[in-house]
Write a protein that binds this ligand. Sequence first.
Ligand code: HEM
Ligand code: NAG
Ligand code: NAG
Length: 333
Amino acid sequence: MGLSKSFLVFFSVLTLAPFCLCYPAGSSRGGYLYPQFYDHSCPKAQEIVRSVVANAVARDARTAASLLRLHFHDCFVKGCDASLLLDSGNGIVSEKLSNPNRNSARGFEVIDEIKSALEQQCPQTVSCADILALAARDSTVLDGGPSWEVPLGRRDSRGASLSGSNNDIPAPNNTLPTIVTKFKRQGLDLVDLVALSGSHTIGLSRCTSFRQRLYNQTGNGLADSTLEASFAAQLRQRCPRSGGDNNLFPLDLATPTRFDNLYFRNIVAGKGLLNSDQVLFTRSAATMELVRLYAENNALFLEQFAKSMVKMGNISPLTGSRGEIRKNCRRLN
Ligand code: HEM
Ligand SMILES: *[C@@H]1O[C@H](CO)[C@@H](O)[C@H](O)[C@H]1NC(C)=O
Ligand SMILES: *[C@@H]1O[C@H](CO)[C@@H](O)[C@H](O)[C@H]1NC(C)=O
């Protein structure tokens, strides 16, 4: 009796072991994500994602930033469920049409390329939501940022939410309290907000996303006083009062394709590009302290960034038998 009981305990510890190395899945809906999810069902999955991402970034350096952003825009709308990737049609109104995504979100062809490579290797096994999470990590690493183990096992949504995309993703001219609230709603705190904003150490922004700061920040016809004057003058040259909406500017003017903490140093110098970047330094003592900390300590920023990415990746995943594994990331099965 005693023997078989301890055997049973031993046996169940063994069988459960892989599931105990996992991270809790941010919601009470049950189901866990863990890095070894595809180890048996598709052992080459991570290698395939990494190699397609590496080729795409070699062709176009901006792609690293664009893929990182896609995971964020996916996770903030109904959780990390690839709802962002669905095209319009068959009852779906695509999130690609929302204010934050329209003429802005990019990298969808790279996700298609990864998906078709994975479908050849292991049909209907690797979710589009997991592809987004892996591609975000691989992109960060390619630009010299930190690496982390990506918890896996997300499944893909059977719907999209245009209104969620418009309302739940923060806008660049949202106030700091609004941005904080939008992060809190996802279970992300001030530390996550500041660290994840550090993504703006890479990638580009359109003129239209920050023009208001250059000309009429508060409706009195003046530029944002927290924007360093010579930097503002430089930006006005290629971001006129009207026209040039889609002219592109690096979010981190210092090192636009290098994943480092210079984004935070820019902010301390009044050279954050977006209003949402600069307010982290000017509108709250708590976030200001964090900006200073990361500006002074790159290693600390990179470490916290990795932790916060795992946390963001755990927002309400679909697990178990919920959702589906799409064959094509743009369409329901
Ligand atoms: C804190 C609230 C945030 C706001 C208001 C915000 C807003 C923006 C805006 C307006 C752009 C430029 C888009 C354009 O003009 O086309 C942008 C770009 C970008 N964002 Fe954010 N963002 C936020 C947080 C994040 C987070 C959490 C991540 C990732 C974890 C992220 C990653 C990026 C990247 C990498 C780009 C460059 C994309 C590219 O070059 O294609 N952002 N963001
Ligand atoms: C923020 O920007 C949007 C889009 O340009 C604009 O419609 C809105 O009025 C702005 N909000 C504020 C508070 O300035
Ligand atoms: C600035 O914005 C305010 C309020 O939106 C508007 O009434 C005013 O005409 C604008 N001023 C300039 C110089 O564009």
